[in-house]
Design a protein. Structure first.
Length: 290
């Protein structure tokens, strides 16, 4: 957002706003605006997978802090992240096939299809039939593992922060499953799928511990941005941390963490927020209290 707006002018003049953060935000705000919440789709690529976020498993975060000879980097864990996700397993679970809204694996336009019905109509027409018995035959396709022995078959996931039904962790057979699901909507809406379920939910206490400690933003995993950010924050003595973003952002985006208990870092966070950086803290706050 241009610094000519009243709030922007005020931020620019405020004593606690650092010029380095402002220049960084202005220089890279176009790249930062490219970051967006994953689009809803028939693929798991539309789900923020906090349960697979590296800090949840003790992954390191690079903390940069002022030292006697400039900024020093130390590797440390984000302790509350180890408690962020609560998982409940159901070995014997069943749901309507229509309640399954996304698949882990699939060819063609799975990730670009808004729903599994859209996917079925666009890519699976040759598998559609008016015979209700065809549903079971489609689900018996060898790449679908509904009849496999325990531990080797299909399984499901659900997420407290993604209220769009169940996610099927299939390894293949997306076209056959999508076609069966579509036909069930007409001929057998009560058709049930039996599979183990992992139910993930966000622990509010752990989430609030993270939110109280840091302002978090997401930006592209771009070497020029990383070098510029590190250089400008170091020159201004602004403490910060970086870590990989949660899937499906990982590999393409990273998170910037600015400690809320530091005045300079808080000023830098205000600048990034004003310039439209994707506010991961706000996202997590909304997801923990849907």
């Amino acid at each position: 957002m241009p610094a000519t707006l009243p709030f922007g002018r005020w931020l620019h003049k405020a004593r606690w706003v650092n010029t380095a953060a402002w220049k960084y935000a202005q220089a890279f705000h176009e790249q930062a605006r490219q970051v967006a919440f994953p689009a809803e789709s028939a693929s798991g690529q539309g789900i923020i997978r906090w349960q697979d976020w590296s800090p949840c498993f003790g992954g390191d975060i690079a903390h940069w802090e002022s030292g006697p000879r400039g900024m020093l980097c130390r590797r440390a864990t984000l302790a509350p992240a180890s408690r962020l996700i609560t998982t409940v397993y159901h070995d014997a679970f069943s749901c309507s096939i229509r309640e399954i809204t996304s698949l882990e694996s699939g060819k063609g336009g799975l990730a670009t299809s808004a729903t599994l019905d859209t996917y079925a109509l666009s890519e699976c027409r040759d598998l559609l039939s008016s015979d209700p018995a065809w549903i079971g035959k489609l689900l018996g396709w060898h790449e679908l593992r509904f009849s496999a022995c325990p531990g080797a078959g299909e399984s499901l996931e659900s997420f407290s922060w993604h209220d769009r039904g169940y996610h099927l962790l299939n390894q293949g057979g997306a076209h056959h499953f999508a076609a069966a699901r579509y036909l069930a909507g007409f001929y057998a809406p009560g058709f049930r799928i039996h599979a183990p379920l992992a139910r993930y939910s966000i622990n509010p206490e752990a989430a609030h511990d993270i939110l109280n400690a840091f302002d978090m933003f997401c930006e592209p995993e771009d070497q020029a941005m990383l070098e510029a950010f590190t250089h400008r924050m170091a020159a201004a003595g602004i403490p910060h941390a970086t870590c990989p973003a949660p899937p499906p952002w990982d590999g393409t985006y990273r998170l910037l963490l600015l400690p809320r208990n530091n005045r300079k870092a808080a000023g830098a966070a205000a600048v990034l927020r004003e310039h439209g950086w994707f506010d991961v803290s706000d996202l997590l706050r909304r997801q923990v209290t849907p």
